[in-house]
Ligand binder design. Structure first.
Ligand code: PLP
Length: 411
């Protein structure tokens, strides 16, 4: 028989969302009349904006005509989109990013998962805890994580983010080579302000670490002191790769498009002691394993940067953030402690009365017919917390808040 990558055997099966579904189904069977409001999985509910739909219709027509037909595109993405990204996402914020530093992809999950291809399997990794599980699991697959002991991987450094430290992770102690940061954060909805992020860039410079900065929720930032890009911090181009996604910005979860910025300043060390450009390595990796995001989808992404597109995207984000604010207020009024929901579409709730994440899941389902996500599913420091998303429909969010008002809690 074929030998397999044994690292996959180290990974425990992921039961989080299937366990959630099982409990919801059992509840439904017992209470067929209750309309369950699902606020768990982080998918969006609002349609793609008209500007992007129109662009896709035009692109479909292009594909129907021999003159305008597009076959394989550049692996790095079309310049029409990369140029818009450079101008609107970076140059307008006085950040100098070269078009060759932008790599269009089919989303941030692939890129945050694949970036390890260009890094040594010896690299030590640090993650904030709780965390988007892709960062951890892909390092397990690559053999960087060691063994699972009491819910923690032996070779991964966990940086707890809890109410006790205001969800601001401490700098690492184990000298990691690679640090994953995700801000605005999934699942906690919290952020780092400029001076907090500066400390990380300084740390990475002083300790030769690489920061993998996931800003999939950048479009939800409302407060002025929160950086939209790590490259707003001087020197970050020497230490950080940034990942962006159109999924939550513009409802592209089903269309699939995102991009990654790999600055040319970033250098790695080969085993022969040579300095190698990470941009060149990522380019090589993409050209070998990826044939580019689809032309139609890249035209849709381009349209998000038009005047109309930008306006329409803002409207949808405002719709979700109205939900977020309703939810925050409703949960607080029910006597719960909440974070997030100001610069992110996620609300992070402290479970009341010392309940575990799963006990609170059951309570909220039984008392209110609301299904969220147990915080412990995102890492050990998520125990005792719970995630609700603002991506639902407004009417459902209003109904959820109404139901929450009847919740009697023993804190
Ligand atoms: N990064 C974070 C932090 C996310 O929460 C998600 C999706 O939930 C992604 C990346 C994936 O984004 P995409 O849809 O672009 O693959």
């Amino acid at each position: 028989m074929i030998k397999i990558n044994d690292n996959f055997c180290e990974l425990p099966a992921s039961y989080l969302f299937s366990d959630v579904a099982k409990r919801i189904n059992a509840f439904k069977a017992e209470h067929p009349d209750v309309e369950i409001i699902k606020m768990g999985i982080g998918d969006v509910t609002q349609p793609i904006c008209p500007a992007a739909i129109q662009a896709m219709e035009n692109a479909v027509a292009d594909q129907a005509d021999r003159v305008t037909f597009h076959g394989y595109g550049p692996e790095q993405g079309y310049d029409f989109l990369r140029r818009r990204i450079v101008d609107v996402d970076y140059r307008s914020r006085n950040i100098d990013i070269d078009i060759d530093e932008i790599f269009i992809s089919d989303g941030a999950k692939s890129d945050t998962g694949n970036i390890g291809d260009i890094l040594s399997t010896d690299c030590k990794v640090a993650v904030t805890d709780p965390v988007y599980p892709v960062y951890v699991d892909t390092n397990v697959m690559a053999g960087r994580a060691g063994h699972l002991v009491d819910g923690r991987w032996s070779r991964i450094e966990y940086l707890p983010c809890t109410a006790e430290n205001g969800f601001i992770p401490s700098l690492p102690k184990d000298n990691p080579d690679v640090i994953y940061l995700c801000y605005p954060n999934n699942p906690t909805g919290t952020t780092l302000n400029r001076s907090q992020l500066e400390k990380w860039v300084e740390y990475a410079k002083d300790n030769n670490a690489l920061i993998l900065f996931d800003s999939a929720y950048e479009a939800y930032i409302t407060e002025p002191d929160i950086p939209h890009s790590i490259y707003e911090i001087p020197g970050a181009k020497e230490v950080a790769i940034e990942f962006r996604s159109f999924s939550k910005t513009a409802g592209f979860t089903g269309l699939r498009c995102g991009y990654t910025v790999v600055p040319k300043e970033l250098k790695g060390l080969s085993k022969n002691g040579d300095e190698v450009s990470l941009n060149a390595l990522w380019n090589r990796r993409q050209c070998t394993k990826f044939n580019g995001a689809s032309y139609i989808v890249q035209r849709a992404a381009e349209a998000l940067y038009s005047t109309k597109g930008r306006h329409q995207v803002k409207e949808t984000i405002a719709y979700y953030m109205r939900n977020a604010s309703l939810l925050r207020n409703g949960l607080s009024a029910a006597g719960l402690e909440v974070w997030g929901g100001v610069n992110a579409p996620y609300i992070w709730v402290k479970t009341p009365g010392g309940l575990s994440s799963w006990e609170f899941f059951d309570l909220l389902l039984e008392k209110c017919g609301i299904a969220g996500t147990p915080g412990v599913g995102f890492g050990p420091s998520g125990e005792g917390y719970f995630r609700l998303t603002a991506f639902g429909r407004y009417e459902d969010t209003v109904a959820a808040v109404e139901r929450l008002s009847s919740l009697k809690l023993n804190k």
